[in-house]
Write a protein that binds this ligand. Structure first.
Ligand SMILES: Cc1cc2nc3c(=O)[nH]c(=O)nc-3n(C[C@H](O)[C@H](O)[C@H](O)COP(=O)(O)OP(=O)(O)OC[C@H]3O[C@@H](n4cnc5c(N)ncnc54)[C@H](O)[C@@H]3O)c2cc1C
Length: 306
């Protein structure tokens, strides 16, 4: 481990350690805990890594610096700000982009604070989840945001959701602009009420595999004529549940999940994605990101529909 000019901790580490799939080769990781360190890390080509729950990182790692938010960027202050809070709605202090979302959602439930319970079960960090407006049909990150602090190559700025062109699974924040901290806007309720809504969102996850995975592989494609179809159903109908390449497998529980049975490589996962593309025959776009990018695997191909 070495220290950068501004004191960031820099080390070559296997990224498998930081992904929910447990895959990813060695890369130069910058642990930054101040805006100054972050600005230095952003001087050279970089990627920002959150909870690694939406990524398949190659076995060779990536050539860019990999930034991880740490220190105060991974801390949370859930005290209501008295100058911005009222009887029914509160605005919290700062919550770091590196804070794990599951622990935050649990803490809010205990405090009886509502608006983010629909995101229960999403294993990312706050920054990554805000960047893509992660959510479920029970709610999404932008339901509970007051202010977003973003580090850009031109400096740090604070914006509100109204300043952004956000929408479904999209914050409108450009790639590689880094969500460093947010202030949450929450409704006061009771722990029991918040728990009941969390239970409903959690129930919808029944049937998802418990193994290491980066979540759903493909977005649900739209057929000519506008009809949306379930990617999982298409993969299942192609008879692919349980298909294995090396130690990666299409989950028998849910065909839209590729899981790591232990010791899987990114190459195994890429090969399975190719099998799915070939056998399903319907153009489908990948849900998670591949690092480095591989458009031939991630973008919907213009294959003939069966
Ligand atoms: C079992 C399982 C279930 C899931 N269920 C859902 C679900 O129901 N709904 C859903 O929306 N998603 C779901 N996901 C996907 C994933 O958890 C979310 O997309 C999550 O929000 C990704 O956050 P992350 O911090 O892990 O980001 P990463 O995987 O680390 O990164 C994803 C992208 O976000 C960028 N990023 C990361 N941190 C920051 C930051 N601080 N600022 C700016 N950009 C950043 C990265 O550069 C990358 O481009 C699921 C994943 C798993 C494994």
């Amino acid at each position: 481990m070495s220290e950068s000019r501004t004191g960031a901790k820099v080390e070559r580490l296997p990224l498998a350690r930081y992904t929910t799939l447990g895959v990813g080769g060695e890369s130069e990781v910058w642990f930054v805990s101040t805006h100054e360190q972050l600005a230095e890390a952003m001087e050279q080509p970089y990627r920002i890594l959150g909870g690694g729950s939406n990524l398949v990182i190659s076995d060779e790692g990536v050539p860019e610096r990999v930034i991880r938010l740490s220190g105060p960027f991974a801390e949370r202050d859930l005290e209501p700000d008295p100058t911005l809070s009222g009887d029914t709605e509160i605005v919290t202090g700062w919550v770091g982009g590196g804070v794990p979302l599951p622990g935050l959602v649990r803490a809010l439930q205990k405090l009886g604070l509502s608006n983010l319970e629909g995101t229960v079960g999403i294993p990312g960090q706050v920054g990554g989840s805000v960047w893509m407006n992660a959510g479920t049909r029970f709610g999404e990150m932008f339901d509970g945001l007051h202010t977003i602090e973003i580090a850009t190559p031109d400096g740090v700025k604070q914006v509100t959701p109204a300043d952004l062109n956000w929408g479904y699974r999209n914050s409108g924040i450009p790639r590689n602009h880094i969500v460093t901290r947010v202030r949450l806007k929450l409704k006061r309720g009771t722990p029991g009420e918040v728990q009941a809504r969390m239970d409903a969102a959690d129930h919808a996850r029944k049937g998802q595999p418990k193994n290491k995975t980066p979540g759903c592989a493909f977005k649900n494609p739209t057929l000519p004529g506008g009809q949306k179809v379930s990617a999982g159903l298409l993969i299942d109908q192609a008879g692919l549940k349980g298909t294995r390449v090396g130690n990666a497998m299409i989950a028998p529980e849910h065909a839209n999940f590729i899981v790591n049975l232990g010791g899987a490589t990114a190459a195994d996962v890429h090969a399975l994605l190719e099998v799915i593309r070939e056998k399903v025959g319907v153009p489908m776009e990948l849900e998670y990101e591949l690092w480095p990018e591989r458009p031939e695997l991630s973008q919907a191909q213009t294959a003939e529909l069966r």
